[in-house]
Design a protein around this ligand. Structure first.
Ligand code: HEM
Length: 504
C-alpha cells in the first residue's frame, strides 16, 4: 500500500512543477475551461435570463470589473439595467442595482437567496463554512444565529462591555495626546484600527488584537486571504488548482488553527463564574457544553468576531475623513459633542445618546462608504424567477447598495456629504421599510451586530471630536479621499492629521 506521506510528497512536487511553470499552468487552465464550456453547453437556451453585457471567451465579464467593482457595476447597470447577469470567469453572478429588486431578493425570495457561495478561503478559514457569515442557510445557521442574537450581541451583552470601550478610548486619546504635545501628525488610521480591533477582540476573547502582536499579524493575514483571488471561485471546475497552489493559505491556516486551539484550551481550564465578566468565547463554550456547537465551529465563529472590528474601524475612518473634508460639518459635530459633554473631562456613554448630529454623521458615512458596498454575496442552488427573469441555479447574487445609496434619482447631491439629509428620520438601519439605504444588508442574512458596531463607531468619533481640533500636516496640500477595494472598501492612504488640544 502507498504510504500517505509519499502521496503528499508527490502532490507537492506536482504543485511546485505547475506553479513554477507558467506555460504548463496556462495550458491546463485553458484545456479545462474549454472542456467545461463544452460540457455545460447552452443549458440556458430556453430561459428568459436578465440582460448581460457582452462577454469574452473564458474570462466572461471579468475584464469589466476594474479596481472598484461597485463603481464598474453601477456604470454597467446604467446601460444594462438594475438586474444583470454577469459571468465572472465561469461563475454566474447576478448584479442587483435597485432597491426594488433588493427587496425581492431579501424579502420575497429570502429563503431561496439566503445561502452564501462556498468561497475557497472561507471553506478553509471558516472550518468548512461553519461560521455565521458563510454557513449555508439551514438548521445549523439558524441555531448559530440564535446564539449570536441572544447571547453575544443582545443589548445587555453590548452594554456589559462598556468598561472595555472606555479603557480603549482612554488609551487612544493618550496616544494622540503625545502627538499633540510634539505637534507631529497622528496616524489616525492605525490608531482607530487598533482601538476598534482591540476592543472587539477583548469583548470576543479577552485579549487585544494589537497591530504588531502575533495574534494581530495572524488576523490581518486572514482578512487579506479572505479577499484574495482563488481559481475555484471564478472557475468552479478549477478548484483543484487551489488545492495545488494553496500552500501559503494552508500554512496560514495551520498557524490560525493552532493559535485558536491553544486559546480555547486555556479558557476551558479557567472558565469564569461571574456572568457579567463572560466574554463571547465563554458563551460559545457554554453552547458547546449544551451540545449546540463543536470546537471547530467555535473557532470559525471567533474568526467572524475578529473580522467585525475592521468594519467598524473602516466606518470611523471614513467619518473622520469626510468631516475633515467638510469644515462646516466638522464644526457642527464638534460643537454638539463639546456642548453635551460640557465641563466633564471625558466623554461618557450616556452623553453619546444625546448626540443627534453625530448619529447623522455615521448614517451619512455609511451611505457614501458602506464597508461592503456589494453586501456579502448570496447564492442560490436552485432556479428562481425574479421580476419575470429566470435566475439559473448556482448563481451568486451581489446587491450593489452603493449604487442606489448614491443614485441621483433617489438622493439630492448624492456625492456630497450632508448628514442633515437624515434629520427627518425615515431611514433606520434595521427597518426593511426603505430599501434605498441598506449598509447593514437586509433580511435574514443582514448584520446581526449593528448595536455592537455602533457602540464602537460612536465613542471613537465622539472622543476624537471632543478632545482635539485637527489640521493638515504642513507638507500636505490636499486630503486624499481615494478608495481601495478589498475585503472592505477602505481609504487608500492612511489619515495623517496633526491634533491640537481643544480650546478649554
Ligand atoms: C459598520 C460596521 C458594520 C457593517 C457596515 C456591517 C455590514 C454587514 C453586511 C452588509 C453584512 C451582510 C448583509 C447581507 O448579506 O444582507 C453583514 C453580515 C454580518 N456581520 Fe456585519 N457589519 C458591521 C459590523 C459587524 C461587527 C462589529 C460584527 C461582529 C463583531 C459583524 C458580524 C457580522 C456577521 C456575523 C454577519 C453575517 C450574518 C449572516 O450571514 O447571517 N458585523 N455585516
Amino acid at each position: 500500500m502507498v504510504e500517505v506521506w509519499r502521496v503528499q510528497q508527490w502532490l507537492e512536487r506536482l504543485a511546485e512543477a505547475v506553479s513554477n511553470n507558467i506555460t504548463l499552468s496556462l495550458v491546463i487552465l485553458v484545456l479545462y475551461i474549454f472542456y467545461f464550456f463544452k460540457l455545460n453547453g447552452n443549458r440556458s437556451r430556453n430561459l428568459n435570463l436578465p440582460p448581460s453585457p457582452p462577454k469574452l471567451p473564458i474570462i466572461g465579464n471579468l475584464h469589466q470589473l476594474g479596481d472598484h467593482p461597485h463603481r464598474s457595476f453601477r456604470d454597467l447597470s446604467r446601460k444594462y439595467g438594475p438586474m444583470m447577469l454577469l459571468h465572472l470567469g465561469h461563475a454566474k453572478t447576478l448584479i442587483v442595482s435597485s432597491p426594488d429588486i433588493a427587496r425581492e431578493i431579501t424579502t420575497t425570495h429570502d429563503t431561496v437567496f439566503a445561502s452564501r457561495p462556498f468561497l475557497t478561503a472561507a471553506r478553509m478559514f471558516m472550518y468548512g463554512c461553519t461560521d455565521l457569515t458563510f454557513a449555508p442557510y439551514g438548521d445549523y445557521w439558524k441555531q448559530v444565529k440564535k446564539v449570536y442574537a441572544q447571547e453575544l450581541f443582545s443589548v445587555n451583552k453590548v452594554n456589559s462591555f462598556r468598561h472595555i470601550r472606555e479603557e480603549e478610548m482612554a488609551l487612544m486619546i493618550e496616544k494622540i495626546s503625545s502627538s499633540c504635545l510634539l505637534q507631529t501628525p497622528a496616524d489616525l488610521t492605525s490608531l482607530i484600527r487598533n482601538a476598534a480591533n482591540n476592543l472587539t477582540c477583548r469583548c470576543g476573547i479577552g485579549i487585544k488584537r494589537d497591530g504588531n502582536s502575533r495574534f494581530g499579524e495572524v488576523a490581518k493575514e486572514v482578512v487579506i486571504e479572505l479577499g484574495a483571488f482563488a481559481y475555484g471561485d471564478i472557475f468552479p471546475s478549477l478548484r483543484w488548482m487551489d488545492v495545488l497552489t494553496g500552500f501559503r493559505r494552508r500554512k496560514l491556516f495551520k498557524k490560525v488553527d493552532s493559535y485558536l486551539k491553544q486559546l480555547i484550551q486555556d479558557r476551558v481550564n479557567q472558565s469564569k463564574a461571574d456572568e457579567e465578566e463572560k466574554d463571547i468565547l465563554d458563551h460559545l463554550l457554554q453552547a458547546q457544553k449544551d451540545n449546540k456547537l463543536g470546537i471547530d465551529n467555535i473557532k470559525a465563529l471567533l474568526i467572524n468576531v475578529f473580522l467585525g472590528g475592521d468594519d467598524a474601524a473602516t466606518t470611523s475612518e471614513w467619518a473622520i475623513a469626510e468631516l475633515f473634508n467638510k469644515p462646516s460639518a466638522m464644526k457642527k459635530a464638534q460643537e454638539e459633542v463639546r456642548r453635551v459633554v460640557g465641563a466633564k473631562a471625558k466623554v461618557h456613554e450616556e452623553d453619546i445618546h444625546q448626540m443627534e448630529y453625530l448619529k447623522l454623521v455615521v448614517k451619512e458615512t455609511l451611505r457614501l462608504h458602506a464597508p461592503s458596498p456589494l453586501l456579502l454575496p448570496r447564492y442560490t442552488s436552485v432556479g428562481a424567477n425574479v421580476k419575470g427573469y429566470d435566475i439559473p441555479p448556482n448563481t451568486t447574487v451581489l446587491i450593489n447598495v452603493w449604487a442606489f445609496q448614491t443614485d441621483p434619482e433617489m438622493w439630492d447631491n448624492p456625492e456630497e456629504f450632508i448628514p442633515e439629509r437624515f434629520s427627518n428620520g425615515g431611514f433606520d438601519y434595521k427597518s426593511s421599510q426603505n430599501y434605498q439605504y441598506l449598509p447593514f444588508g437586509s433580511g435574514r442574512r443582514s448584520c446581526p451586530a449593528i448595536s455592537f458596531a455602533l457602540a464602537i463607531i460612536e465613542p471613537v468619533l465622539a472622543n476624537l471630536l471632543f478632545h482635539f481640533d485637527w489640521k493638515l500636516p504642513s507638507d500636505l496640500k490636499e486630503f486624499d479621499m481615494t478608495e481601495e477595494f478589498g475585503s472592505f472598501v477602505t481609504k487608500k492612504t492612511p489619515i495623517q492629521l496633526v491634533p491640537v488640544f481643544r480650546p478649554s
